[in-house]
Design a protein. Structure first.
Length: 707
């Protein structure tokens, strides 16, 4: 039976219909119904559609890497993926390419493979040996913005300046906020986005910007006395770079560096710069600016510029940016986490949300068995093993870890590196557990100084067997020590120890630690027998799975590497390496800037009957907490200009008179209340002079004069 007329009616050209019909009638080798027959030219009409298309055209609607000749070998898979990326992607936008379930594409880690950066891979397969790229299962969600990292508590000087009607904002750093960052116009500059958002959140307040960032610079340059300010500004007084920034008397200062630092990051220079800008004497206004930090993102994995297309260079940037983030969190500074949002949108991972599965013991490593003895080297170090978790993270190349272990006999100390930072003395980034005054003492080094964060306990240092758990996850360091229970409940055994039974937390702090993978170890104060009850690790620099079995929280990427950086100076800018084009700025930098709480309160009213919290904290001024409201309440009650505490609000602004308070908290509240129009400050200062004399018998006598 001929199907020629049917094919023509479906829209197939008559010559093609004749050939297809002939093949079907003859039952030839290429007939559709034959095993291995070619159906490429078979007409298919989708249900409800108006036009039929041949099967090959329909299949091209959703191409897979499997369509380009995967061979199961490294060379073959690499060639197939490069071909798929070239065939599927458009000129300047990304495309989605599928991967069939159960397929593993193993790349050769070459520059050519990493340059195939125009596609987002979707499906239930896996990619191996790719740089910050993985397949993405269909059920993964798209990224959502994390909580603000700049809030009212970070903006004290900015708030005070807003009352005057003008906020002065300065930027010091590298090219990302610089005018020369391959932008297409000023509208695409990140600093303009920042001004726009501050203005929107502070209606009626003028924002003055002083963008003093310079391309190619790093933290060492920012601190160095030899560094000159940007040459496109006059410098009549021949000031160095940091002095030039200080002369602007900013209320808000963004410090942004990391892309040019890598593993050579000079953390001492960074800390010195922070101290400089937190010293009032360096500003003619006497006002210390609010510091916020920019956490830089990863460059293009396709670019050979300064080896951006290598894991070492990518991890070096993470080494620095992770430290800057952790430093800001540890010491209470605001920060703009471009690195986190960039990783979520381009790579499909959130490096701040971490899961650490268990390392599987391996008899040929330093972790031969669970709950068994582990070997120490000649320096009494238990070096993490070349053993992996089930999702593929090796313990000797991880970023985060937790280990529970038992020291079977008396031990003098425990030391563990918190990152890959190496050096001598205090220049490392270690955690110490040592005896001090007979009790357990824990402290850390920050890469410059030792003992910067410490905890002295009243728990006696063990003289025999001791059980410990140490965790380094993100910027958090925790130490537990098993003190046991007195109720008879057993806390011994592998399960009880790994679950923390009978454990007392002796140290728990956010700490400044560097990023990037490294080989951790635990060093003991002598040759002691040690057994390990559990070891869990993670690596936020590697995307282990196309699904959720990954160290970092998984998302479905919403932009390709190519789209963020593609260079076109006649269109949207971009450098093709690190500087984003206008679309990249809009997708990565702008959302982070706009998600922050830049708004400040410029007026406030209060009912004094209701501001009397039981916890003696007062929430005022857009979320800022003022300590010890009771002290301030007592002070206000003592002033004659307020007739009665709890009285109705006065129609006129009251004046607080009498002796000026000496308590710094009350002084600050008095000043803020006056600035926001709650009252006027009519207090008078009291000066005190005193002298002390030590008698021959050692007795101190003193006299005081009040004036």
């Amino acid at each position: 039976m001929s199907d020629f007329k049917t094919f023509v009616a479906l829209g197939m050209p008559a010559p093609l219909a004749k050939e297809v019909d002939k093949g079907i009638q003859n039952g030839g080798a290429n007939a559709v119904q034959k095993d291995g027959g070619d159906a490429s030219n078979t007409v298919v009409k989708a249900e409800g559609a108006l036009v039929a298309r041949v099967a090959s055209a329909r299949a091209a609607d959703a191409l897979h890497v499997n369509d380009f000749g995967l061979t199961g070998t490294i060379n073959g898979d690499t060639a197939a993926f490069i071909a798929a990326d070239a065939a599927v992607a458009g000129v300047s936008e990304a495309a989605v390419v599928g991967i069939a379930p159960g397929t593993t594409v193993t790349g050769d880690e070459s520059a050519a493979l990493f340059a195939a950066n125009r596609t987002i891979v979707k499906g239930h397969g896996e990619l191996k040996n790719f740089l910050r790229k993985q397949a993405n299962r269909d059920y993964l969600p798209t990224p959502w913005m994390f909580a603000p990292t700049v809030t009212a508590r970070h903006l004290n000087q900015t708030r005070a300046a807003a009352v005057t009607g003008t906020i002065r904002v300065a930027v010091m750093g590298d090219s990302i906020f610089n005018r020369g960052s391959n932008i297409i116009s000023q509208a695409a500059m990140p600093v303009q986005v920042m001004i726009d958002e501050i203005e929107k959140q502070n209606p009626g307040v003028k924002v003055q910007i002083f963008d003093y960032s310079i391309a190619g610079k790093n933290w060492n340059d920012m601190w160095a006395d030899s560094s000159a300010p940007p040459p496109w500004y006059d410098n009549a007084n021949n000031l160095n770079w940091k002095q030039f920034v200080a002369v602007a008397n900013p209320d808000l200062l963004l410090l942004y560096s990391g892309g040019n630092d890598g593993y050579g990051f000079n953390v001492s220079a960074m800390q010195n710069l922070v101290k400089y800008f937190q010293t009032a004497a360096n500003f003619s206004s006497g006002n210390i600016p609010d510091l916020i930090f920019g956490i830089t993102y990863q460059p293009s994995v396709a670019s050979p510029v300064v080896n951006y297309n290598t894991a070492d260079e990518q991890n070096g940037i993470l080494y620095c940016s992770t430290y800057v983030r952790n430093y800001a969190i540890t010491y209470g500074y605001g920060y703009l986490d471009f690195a986190r949002w960039h990783a979520m949108c381009r790579d499909g991972i959130d490096p701040r949300e971490i899961a650490m599965p268990a390392v599987q013991p391996n008899s040929g490593t330093t972790f031969p068995a669970l709950d068994g003895s582990v070997p120490l080297d000649v320096n009494n170090k238990w070096i993490f093993p070349e053993a992996k978790t089930k999702n593929g993270v090796s313990a000797d190349n991880c970023t985060d870890w937790i280990a529970a272990f038992t020291v079977e006999t008396a031990n003098a100390s425990i030391i563990a590196p918190m990152s890959a930072k190496s050096g001598n003395g205090d220049a490392v980034n270690n955690l110490f557990i040592i005896p001090r005054n007979g009790n357990i003492y824990v402290s850390i080094q920050d890469g410059v100084n030792g003992d910067v964060i410490s905890e002295q306990t009243n728990i006696p240092w063990p003289t025999g067997q001791s059980v410990w758990t140490v965790m380094l996850q993100g910027g958090r360091a925790v130490v537990w020590y098993q003190t046991g229970l007195t109720n008879g409940w057993s806390v011994s055994g592998q399960d009880n120890i790994r679950m923390g039974m009978g454990m007392t937390m002796v140290f728990d702090h956010q700490v400044p630690r560097f990023g990037g993978p490294y080989t951790p170890y635990i060093q003991f104060g002598g040759t002691v027998p040690v057994s390990v009850q559990i070891l869990c690790v993670g690596d936020v620099t590697n995307i282990q799975s196309s699904g959720n079995r990954c160290t970092a929280q998984r998302f479905s990427p919403i932009v390709s590497d190519y789209e963020l950086y593609v260079q076109d100076d006649s269109d949207a800018g971009g450098s093709g390496a690190y500087h984003m084009n206008a679309y990249g700025v809009r997708m990565i930098l702008a959302p982070v800037i706009r998600a922050q709480q830049w708004g400040v309160v410029t007026s406030m009213t209060a009912n004094l009957n209701t501001i009397n919290p039981s916890n003696e904290w007062l929430d005022v001024l857009g979320g800022v907490q003022a300590e010890k409201w009771g002290k301030f309440k007592d002070y206000v009650q003592s002033q004659k200009s307020i007739t009665q505490w709890g009285a109705s609000a006065l129609t006129a602004q009251p004046s607080i008179t009498g002796a000026a308070p000496t308590d710094p908290i009350v002084k600050q509240l008095l000043s803020l209340g006056a600035a926001y129009g709650l009252w006027t400050d009519g207090t008078t200062s009291t000066t005190t002079t005193s002298s002390s004399t030590v008698t021959s018998g050692g007795t101190v006598t003193s006299s005081t004069t009040n004036g």
